[in-house]
Design a protein around this ligand. Structure first.
Ligand code: GRF
Length: 215
């Protein structure tokens, strides 16, 4: 099977990147990570990629003490993505809002991992907000990236039920565990051609979003 070439954008710890690296190295998924771009110089995700021999580029917010504007970041990232020619761009803990121009000029579809059951709780502090609202259900989503923040079509979700003794930190860890299952599931669906990311994404034999109850 032809491997799905993936470029990954990160800003933080990269635990989801690690799941992808492990699956690629063990041949559990037909994927090839063609490069990792970080906007944070000391993101642990970069160490993980370097340890795995995956090409990395840091396009830091702060370069020589000067802030890199979003336009500079985007034009450099666009150039790299066209050089690497991935089939898919994955935002895995990438914490910078991207412009419509950047998204449209990407060489392929772009997806994002978000720690809530979208369309609920777009943006930050999702676990705190879920607890404050007294929700019974929480989880994570993978969605198409569009110009509007966390608003593109939701492709897959993993769901958990909120426990009475959950705190934001407990929920974060429980959701992270779900993410580590949702990411390889979703990439397998795309790589195997079940999930097709056209303008209107479609899934063979299922309606979107596909929901996993793994808790
Ligand atoms: C994840 O919780 C993801 O949902 C959010 O950022 C976090 C990234 O975690 N967008 P990691 O860097 O993969 O550990």
């Amino acid at each position: 099977m032809k491997k799905l070439k993936i470029a990954v954008l990160v800003s933080g710890s990269g635990s989801n990147l690690q799941v992808m690296i492990d699956a690629m190295q063990a041949n559990r998924l037909p994927i090839e990570i063609v490069g990792v771009i970080s906007n944070v110089a000391d993101a642990y995700a970069i160490t993980r990629a370097n340890n795995a021999g995956v090409r990395t580029v840091v396009l830091s917010h702060v370069e020589n003490g000067k802030k890199m504007g979003i336009r500079t970041f985007e034009s450099r990232a666009t150039k790299l993505l066209h050089e690497w020619s991935p089939d898919l761009v994955m935002l895995a803990g990438f914490m910078r809002v991207l412009s419509a121009e950047f998204i449209q000029s990407a060489p392929c579809a772009m997806i994002n991992l978000h720690p809530s059951l979208l369309p609920c709780y777009k943006g930050l502090d999702t676990h705190e907000r879920v607890l404050k609202s007294g929700d019974k259900w929480h989880g994570c989503s993978i969605h198409l990236v569009t110009a509007e923040l966390d608003a593109g079509e939701v492709l897959t979700q993993a769901v958990l039920s909120v426990n009475v003794d959950d705190t934001p930190e407990r929920l974060r860890l429980r959701v992270q565990k779900l993410e580590h299952a949702l990411v390889p599931f979703t990439l397998a669906m795309i790589a195997q051609g079940f999930l097709v990311l056209g303008k209107v994404p479609t899934c063979l034999g299922a309606s979107l979003p596909i929901k996993l109850y793994l808790d």
